[in-house]
Design a protein around this ligand. Structure first.
Ligand SMILES: Nc1ncnc2c1ncn2[C@@H]1O[C@H](COP(=O)(O)OP(=O)(O)OP(=O)(O)O)[C@@H](O)[C@H]1O
Length: 487
């Protein structure tokens, strides 16, 4: 077995950062994480959405010799990252269902040739379960070309996580078969329990593991909960908000000339609206289009080509593609820097899901808005969907594991309900508490509570536009009104 890789030479990290990745300087902690990885250490990195976690394995892959295998849970996320790396002229490959057999063959031949040109290979956890691929990995390892393993969105490993994927647990194979190959695992959303699971499942030694934890805080995001009741259609509220945003922009001559000089459209206010149901997703996109907003639906039931078209044109800021109305099929890892708003049309299924999805906003560091429309009827519907999920255990998940996962989801939804109902605390602080962050949590009037706590209470209790009473909801529950189907 090849011995543990130790750093052979000094790398000019700053030069590569500027020259290859086009970034002027490292963000706090990135250099430390990268150095630990290059030193051959196992690394656990937990940091806020948009922190720049990907760079922590991409840069080592470029400066170091050998191949970095990146395990990623989502095709869209993989393709997005691969495209960005190719634009930077980095030799990156992916093997997934969208890659042809001939293409796969070419990639595999390169990987096994003894002096591969590929720097990074993106694969799914399911692909890592195949005997065939494991054999290829053994060959690469024998040739001393297996540089490191990066496990992205590592919370998917844990049954206590909000996005558990059974095939992630089989990644334990890496440390067993290649104990000398360093692993770096990355996530934005892990509670203590999930962290423990990640470390145990991947067989990482606590005594030598380098752990980096940054707060989940995103000070440039303005969090806001807007209340709704069953009888009210909240579309008018949203469209008038969006039209105001458009008007503020176009009536501000400085902003207009700034945008024009940057070759940007003044009426391009990119955003994402998350809905729980596919049917809402298409109807809402259509409604927005009829109001002159370039909106497109995105959900797993649409043809692949239509989803690709929506995603690529939205990323490219093309006219007619300003807003994506999506189900959670569109989430983790989407990296478009100028998303100015993320709206949750109903309460999402988990606290972590909410944080992840809201985290798509403001990745350029500029102020952006995250609005969650909350109604008690939606809360009861989400709970009903969760109860229905009891009978939808995925193949590969044991009864015990699935039970744990459902229990965790119930707790997570409960925490999100408390977040929505609360009128006595800063939203940023509530999020930080959920993830057990330490230290100060900045909020410069960037949430509805800090901005106007009294107004928040007034809106919640408003007899017409506020929340429905618990008595009403309880009667509705008894009548079975919230027994919903997914579609
Ligand atoms: N040092 C840096 N300077 C400037 N921009 C950076 C730097 N590092 C990363 N970025 C940019 O920050 C953005 C977010 O990075 P990345 O997609 O890796 O985030 P992430 O931490 O994986 O977030 P998420 O968990 O939300 O997916 C990217 O557009 C990336 O190019």
């Amino acid at each position: 077995m090849p011995g543990k890789r130790k750093r052979q030479r000094q790398y000019d990290l700053d030069f590569t950062l500027r020259r290859v990745f086009g970034k002027p300087s490292f963000r706090p902690l990135q250099r430390e994480v990268i150095t630990a990885t290059l030193d051959g250490e196992d690394v656990y990195l937990q940091a806020a959405t948009s922190f720049g976690k990907s760079l922590c394995y991409q840069l080592p892959a470029v400066v170091d010799f050998g191949i970095t295998i990146v395990i990623s849970p989502l095709l869209a996320l993989m393709n997005n990252q691969v495209a960005a790396l190719r634009r930077a002229n980095i030799r990156v490959e992916t093997i997934n269902s969208t890659v042809s057999a001939t293409e796969r063959q070419r990639i595999i031949e390169d990987l096994q040739c003894g002096h591969p040109r590929t720097r990074l290979l993106y694969v799914t956890p399911e692909y890592c379960e195949l005997d065939y691929f494991r054999k290829v990995l053994r060959t690469i390892h024998c040739q001393r070309e297996l540089a490191r393993i990066a496990v992205d969105e590592a919370h998917c490993i844990s049954e206590w996580g909000h996005d558990f994927r059974p095939s992630f647990t089989s990644l334990s194979f890496f440390k067993q078969d290649f104990p000398d190959v360093p692993i770096i695992c990355l996530t934005a959303t892990a509670t203590q329990r999930v962290r423990d699971d990640i470390i145990n499942t991947l067989h990482l030694k606590r005594s030598t593991l380098k752990t980096f934890r940054m707060p989940t805080s995103r000070p440039n995001l303005h969090y806001e909960v807007r209340f709704k009741s069953d009888l009210e259609d909240h579309y008018p509220d949203f469209i008038s908000w969006l039209k105001c945003v458009h008007a503020r922009r176009s009536e501000n001559p400085t902003r207009v000339s700034q945008l024009t000089s940057q070759n940007q459209r003044v009426d391009n206010v990119p955003g994402i609206i998350y809905t729980l149901f596919r049917r809402d997703c298409e109807k809402l996109a259509e409604r927005l289009r009829s109001d002159g907003i370039g909106a497109r639906p995105y959900h797993a039931g649409l043809p692949h080509s239509e989803r690709e078209d929506a995603l690529s044109n939205w990323v490219a800021n093309k006219e007619g593609y300003d807003v994506i109305v999506a189900t959670t099929a569109f989430g983790m890892g989407i990296d478009k820097e100028n998303v100015r708003f993320v709206v949750h049309w109903q309460i999402p299924k988990s606290f972590e899901g909410f944080y992840q999805e809201a985290g798509r906003a403001g990745r350029d560091g500029k102020a952006s808005v995250c609005i969650l429309y909350y109604g008690r009827e939606d809360r009861d519907m989400a709970a009903s969907m969760m109860r229905r999920d009891k009978d939808r255990r995925p193949s590969g998940a044991s009864v015990e594991a699935y039970g744990k996962q459902l229990m965790n989801r119930a707790k997570s939804l409960q925490a999100l309900v408390e977040y929505c109902e609360a009128t006595n605390s800063c939203r940023h602080k509530t999020i930080a508490r959920y993830f057990a962050d330490e230290g100060e949590v900045p909020c410069d009037f960037a949430c509805d509570w800090c901005k106007d706590a009294r107004g928040l209470v007034r809106r919640k209790e408003d007899p017409v536009r506020g929340l429905a009473s618990e008595e009403w909801c309880s009667t509705q529950r008894e009548m079975g009104r919230y027994d919903v189907d997914y579609e």
